[in-house]
Design a protein around this ligand. Structure first.
Ligand SMILES: CC(C)[C@H](C(=O)O)[C@@H](O)C(=O)O
Ligand code: SF4
Length: 431
C-alpha cells in the first residue's frame, strides 16, 4: 500500500519507513511557532515542572500578533511574557510588533519553513503552511509545551481526504469561494482529524496565496491540516525567498495511496459564496438573499494578503463605502502594508471611506480594533463566524471572499462581486 504526502512526512519524522492512519507516533518538529496568546500557558507549565528550557532556539519562531499593539494591561503582560522568554532563551527568529504581523502570514514568507518539514503551534490555523507541502498543525498548550521542551509531539497518523479540483474560476470567483463551497458540502466536521490534500488542474494553476487560503481553512472542516504537493509554483515561491530545492524534500502521494474520502469539484460553475451565521459550513450564493450590513472587514490569515488587497482596491476604486457601513482593511503583515502603500492601494481605501489598521488578529477574533456591538452585521474575509467571534454574541458574521466584502461594502448589503468584473486593476498594478 502506498502512502500520502502527509504519511510520508510523518514517517520521515518519526523514524519509520511507513506509517498507517491510526498509528501513534512520536514526531519530531522542525519548527515551533509561538504567539503571545497560547505560549505563556505552555511556558508556565514547563516552569512549574522545572522543565524550563527550549529544544533548539534556532527552531522556534516567535511572533506576537493577536493582542498587539497591546490594547490593555493584560495584553501588555502577555506580550512581555513572550518577549522576555525570547530574550532569555535566545530564540533566534523573533518578529516583534512592527516587524511582523499575523504570525501565519509572516511565517509563510520567511523562507524558514520548507516543503517536507513539520510545524506545530498553539494556534488552530497553523494548517495554513500546508500549502508549502509540509505537515503543519495546531496543538493544545500541553503539546506545545512538549514541542518547545523536546521538539517532539505525539500524533495519531491522520487519514487523508483527497479533494480533486478541476475547471477555471469564473471572473469574480476565487479560492475563498472554493474553500467555503467544499466546507459547505462536507460540513464543519466533514474532514474530522483528516488531512485535506488539494490536487487537480485548478490547484496546479493556482498561485501560492490562493493555496494558503485553502489550507488555512482546513480546520473549519475539522481537518488536522491541509496540504498541497510541491510543484513549480512552490519552487519559485521558495526560490524567491532564497531557498533552493536541495534545501528541502518534496513528497507526493503514491498512486496507490489510501484516501479515506475523495471529493471531486468543478469550479467552472462555482458562484461567489457567503457563509451565513454562525458556522463556516453555512454557505449560500452571494447576493441571493438581501442582507443589510453595518461592517465590512478585509483581513486575517485567510485573506489579508497583497493579492486580496489588490482585489478589494480594484472594486473600491472610484466608489465609496455605503453610508452606515464601517469598512476595515487590515493588511496581514507589515510587508503587505508597505506593498499596498507603494502600489497606491491605501489611498484607494481611504478615498472610499474605509479605515486601514495595523497588521494584527485583533478584528478577526473580536479582541480589539473594530469589535462588533449588539446587532451589528459584518461581512468578513476571515475564516470563522461563530457566535461572539468578533464581539457581541448578537452580532452576525458572514464569511466571504475579499471581492464579495468589497462589493458588499459599497452596496451596504451582501452583494455579488461579479458586477465589478469589468473594473480594471487599481493602484500601480493598473499602470
Ligand atoms: C487565539 C488562538 C488560540 C486562536 C486559534 O487557535 O485559532 C485564534 O487564532 C483563532 O483564530 O481563533
Ligand atoms: S487572523 Fe484570525 S484566524 Fe488567523 S490566527 Fe489570527 S485570530 Fe486566528
Amino acid at each position: 500500500m502506498g502512502m500520502t504526502i502527509a504519511e510520508k512526512i510523518l514517517a520521515a519524522h518519526s523514524g519509520h519507513d511507513t506509517v498507517v492512519p491510526g498509528q501513534l507516533i512520536e514526531c519530531s518538529t522542525d519548527w515551533v511557532l509561538c504567539h503571545e496568546i497560547t505560549t505563556p500557558a505552555a511556558l508556565r507549565m514547563l516552569e512549574e515542572r522545572g522543565m524550563d528550557r527550549v529544544f533548539d532556539p534556532s527552531r522556534i519562531v516567535a511572533i506576537p500578533d493577536h493582542s498587539v499593539p497591546a490594547m490593555n494591561i493584560k495584553a501588555a503582560k502577555m506580550y512581555q511574557k513572550l518577549k522576555s522568554w525570547v530574550q532569555e532563551k535566545g530564540i533566534q527568529h523573533f518578529y516583534d510588533v512592527g516587524r511582523g504581523g499575523i504570525a501565519h502570514v509572516v511565517l509563510e514568507n520567511t523562507g524558514l519553513i520548507k516543503p517536507g518539514q513539520t510545524l506545530v503551534s498553539g494556534d488552530s490555523h497553523t494548517c495554513n503552511a500546508g500549502a508549502l507541502g509540509m505537515f503543519a498543525t495546531g496543538v493544545g498548550s500541553t503539546d506545545l509545551a512538549g514541542a518547545i521542551y523536546a521538539g517532539k509531539v505525539w500524533f495519531k497518523v491522520p487519514e487523508t481526504m483527497l479533494i480533486r479540483v478541476r475547471g477555471e474560476f469564473r471572473p469574480g470567483v476565487s479560492p475563498k469561494d472554493l474553500a467555503l463551497e467544499v466546507i459547505r458540502r462536507i460540513d464543519a466536521d466533514g474532514a474530522n482529524y483528516m488531512v485535506m490534500e488539494w490536487v487537480g488542474e485548478t490547484i496546479d494553476r493556482m498561485d501560492m496565496e490562493g493555496r494558503f487560503t485553502l489550507t488555512n481553512m482546513a480546520i473549519e472542516a475539522g481537518g488536522k491540516t491541509g496540504i498541497v504537493a510541491v510543484d513549480d509554483t512552490t519552487r519559485a515561491y521558495m526560490a524567491a525567498r532564497g531557498v533552493t530545492p536541495d534545501q528541502y524534500t518534496e513528497y507526493t502521494s503514491d498512486a496507490d495511496a489510501r484516501f479515506k474520502v475523495v471529493i471531486d469539484i468543478d469550479v467552472s460553475t462555482l458562484e461567489p459564496t457567503v457563509a451565513f451565521p454562525h458556522i463556516p459550513s453555512n454557505g449560500r450564493v452571494a447576493g441571493a438573499d438581501q442582507v443589510k450590513i453595518s461592517h465590512a472587514y478585509v483581513g486575517s490569515c485567510t485573506n489579508g494578503r497583497i493579492g486580496d488587497l489588490r482585489e478589494v482596491a480594484r472594486i473600491l476604486k472610484g466608489h465609496t463605502v455605503a453610508e452606515g457601513v464601517q469598512m476595515l482593511v487590515v493588511p496581514a503583515t507589515q510587508a503587505v502594508w508597505k506593498q499596498a502603500a507603494q502600489e497606491g492601494l491605501m489611498e484607494i481605501f481611504v478615498d472610499a471611506g474605509a479605515t486601514v489598521s495595523y497588521p494584527s488578529c485583533g478584528a478577526c477574533l473580536g479582541m480589539h480594533t473594530g469589535v462588533l456591538g449588539p446587532g451589528d452585521v459584518c461581512v468578513s474575509s476571515s475564516n470563522r463566524n461563530f457566535v461572539g467571534r468578533m464581539g457581541d454574541p448578537s452580532a452576525e458574521i458572514y464569511l466571504a471572499s475579499p471581492a464579495t466584502v468589497a462589493a458588499s461594502a459599497i452596496a451596504g448589503y451582501i452583494s455579488d462581486p461579479r458586477e465589478y468584473n469589468d473594473a480594471p486593476a487599481a493602484g500601480s498594478a493598473a499602470d
